[in-house]
Design a protein around this ligand. Structure first.
Ligand code: C5P
Length: 222
């Protein structure tokens, strides 16, 4: 059984950052499942396939060639790292993510990332649907205002244009859509450790998570 740690939470909660740091600290693999939904959103937009064609969306998901290499993301050989990080791509992702056929198409793909020595997987349904047997499940939250502020800073750092007020609005809309969809809605999985990170630094969140990992897997820290 491969060890898996799941980190779920709403957009901008910091789960991607925490997952990446944790994976590095443990020397484990890391799965950014949101990137897969963003890639499908991007690929679908490019060929003009919309939500009214669920089977086509699933086909796009099954056929797209994705590589994560040196911190960059490639779609069919093209570096799309910046394209998939825009708010437009995030919104496109959250729309296609409500399509059950597409979620089903990504399921085995995501599970295949569970490889030795272990996997840290971040997303919305990692602990509830994709890796329900994971021993450690984290649910990371923060207020919408704080999440918008973090996203704003990230986008600015990448040289992308952003408005804070618009980001708060978009984050609320995306939360609503992710929480209220019928399939795999965003919610804390059973048995998850909830971390409210509004007033915490990355290091403080990481420390809380590591404490949990030390208790569950003491052998990793010898
Ligand atoms: O995490 P990120 O913001 O990159 O995810 C983009 C969108 O993809 C989310 O708003 C959500 O709708 C969808 N998603 C999902 N299930 C996941 C990861 C992401 O539905 N496991």
């Amino acid at each position: 059984m491969i060890r898996v740690i799941t980190i779920d939470g709403p957009s901008g909660s910091g789960k991607g950052t925490i997952a990446a740091h944790l994976a590095e600290r443990l020397g484990w693999h890391c799965l950014d499942s949101g990137a897969l939904y963003r890639l499908v959103g991007l690929a679908a937009g490019r060929v003009g396939v919309g939500l009214e064609q669920p089977a086509k969306l699933a086909e796009i998901a099954r056929n797209m060639r994705v590589e994560f290499r040196d911190g960059q993301v490639y779609l069919d050989g093209e570096d799309v790292s910046l394209d998939i990080r825009s708010e437009t791509a995030g919104n496109a992702a959250s729309r296609v993510a409500a399509v059950p056929a597409l979620r089903a198409a990504l399921l085995d793909w995501q599970r295949a990332y569970a490889r030795a020595p272990g996997l840290v997987a971040d997303g919305r349904d990692m602990g509830s649907v994709v890796f329900p047997d994971a021993r450690i499940k984290i649910f990371l939250t923060a207020t919408p205002e704080e999440r918008a502020r973090r996203r704003y800073n990230q986008l600015k750092e990448k040289g992308l244009d952003a408005s804070l007020a618009a980001l708060v609005e978009e984050i609320r809309e995306r939360d609503d859509r992710d929480r209220n969809r019928s399939m795999a809605p965003l919610k804390a999985p059973e048995g998850a450790m909830e971390v409210e990170s509004t007033a915490l630094s990355i290091d403080e969140v990481l420390e809380q998570v590591l404490e949990r990992v030390r208790t569950a897997y003491p052998d990793l820290f010898h």
